[in-house]
Design a protein around this ligand. Structure first.
Ligand SMILES: *Cc1c(COP(=O)(O)O)cnc(C)c1O
Length: 394
């Protein structure tokens, strides 16, 4: 038996093929390195995959979400219902426009925003006074306006409860923005994630299901808003504007041609890569059975296809996550706590006066969640290596 110290399994690895390399190299042999034919090709491929009418390639998932906030007309003081259990950018994009995020706690099974509480929050915020105050931050929420939108997140590749969320948004005339940055290819009751809101966003950072290095794509069926977002990503140039004419306050949020070519090449293999990720998740599920201190991810019946983004276990209350994580690292196993609650991030807690205990389910999952190494190129041996490290660290 090989007793040498094994190379530790990386947290994540992109899957780059010979075709991917060739696609990027071909762009280098042209004169269009910023916007050109590749971004359109990639956008069309995303439209085809999601079934959306329009796709807008952008420089990251974060910049895509920011453009959705702008297109939704969210401005200073508007309230946006969202989740504190997410990657930071889903809240930051609301703050970029000086709007006010209203956090709602999550479902303990899926980790997605709790639709029952979303409905309650909207109801109470309409009432105003004491009922509304329970949903507002302790400070920093003065002079707020009405609820304008819901920004939901498909956490870890599992869609949120869209039957309920869509119904609430329709009844209350709210715009739904779907942060599907972790869920490309997932389906909810057979329908593609990213297509439930007025806008959906996918992201392509190297740990995502497919990568463009940095990049993202917004999808929407709204033609007018698509044109507006295309203008905003390109320094506010409206259709027909000359190069130095800028109709709107815009940004440089463009996706470059090298990234788009990589994305186009990668998305051809999306199903294959999602299947590989599902296989790795299945190995983990098998080999983690023997550890009663560890809970494996829960997949809801409404999730007709999981798009595995990360593999996050939850340790039971009897096990201290942080010392366990420390022992894992000492045993050569890479792990990462997932997520640190957004309301307790230093600048958010300071601006809004949030305290531990404000969102108990989010904080509980935040204390017990641990992402294990995960990617589409992981082998069964590597899964076993991680599980052996877990055995030694328990
Ligand atoms: C990855 C991710 C984003 C976008 O991240 P970028 O690094 O800006 O591409 C947004 N929201 C969530 C929930 C994410 O996981």
């Amino acid at each position: 038996m090989n007793t040498e110290k094994k190379i530790s399994v990386p947290m994540s690895s992109p899957e780059i093929s010979a075709e991917d390399r060739k696609a990027v190299e071909e762009v280098l042999n042209t004169t269009s390195l910023s916007m050109g034919p590749k971004i359109e090709q990639f956008e069309q491929a995303v439209c085809k995959r999601s079934g959306s009418r329009h796709a807008i390639g952008v420089s990251s998932g974060t910049t895509g979400l920011h453009l959705c906030v702008r297109a939704a007309g969210i401005v200073q003081g508007d309230l946006v219902i969202t989740t504190p259990f997410s990657f930071i950018s889903s809240t930051n994009v609301i703050l970029f426009e000086k709007a006010l995020p209203v956090f709602v706690d999550i479902d303990p099974v899926s980790g997605n925003i709790n639709a029952v509480q979303v409905e309650q929050a909207i109801h109470d915020l309409k009432q105003g006074g004491k009922s509304a105050a329970k949903w507002l931050p302790r400070k920093g929420g003065e002079n707020h306006k009405a609820v304008k939108a819901v920004l939901s997140v498909d956490v870890f590749g599992q869609p949120a409860d869209y039957d309920a969320i869509n119904k609430i948004c329709k009844e209350n005339d709210l715009t739904l923005i779907e942060d599907s940055c972790e869920a490309l290819g997932a389906t909810y009751k057979g329908k593609q994630a990213g297509t439930f809101g007025k806008y959906g966003v996918f992201a392509f950072y190297p740990n995502k299901q497919i990568t463009t290095g940095e990049g993202g794509v917004i999808v929407t069926d709204d033609e007018k808003d698509a044109a507006f977002m295309q203008a905003l990503r390109n320094q506010g140039r409206a259709p027909g504007d000359a190069w130095l004419q800028h109709t709107y306050l815009g940004y440089n949020y463009r996706l470059d041609e090298l990234s788009a070519a990589l994305g186009y090449s990668q998305i051809q293999r999306l199903d294959h890569m999602l299947d590989s990720r599902a296989q790795v998740a299945a190995w983990y599920e098998d080999y983690l059975q023997e550890f009663p201190q560890i809970e494996i991810p829960h997949i809801l019946p409404s999730t007709t296809r999981m798009s595995w983004f990360v593999y996050v276990i939850r340790v039971k209350d009897t096990l201290d996550r942080d010392s366990f994580a420390h022992r894992l690292v000492e045993n050569g196993i890479n792990v990462r706590p997932y997520f640190l609650p957004i309301h307790l991030q230093p600048y958010i807690a300071e601006q809004f006066g949030y305290q531990p205990g404000d969102f108990p389910v989010t904080e509980d999952l935040g204390k017990r969640g641990l992402a294990l190494p995960f990617s589409s190129v992981m082998t069964e041996d590597q899964v076993l290596q991680v599980c052996e490290g877990i055995r030694r660290s328990l």
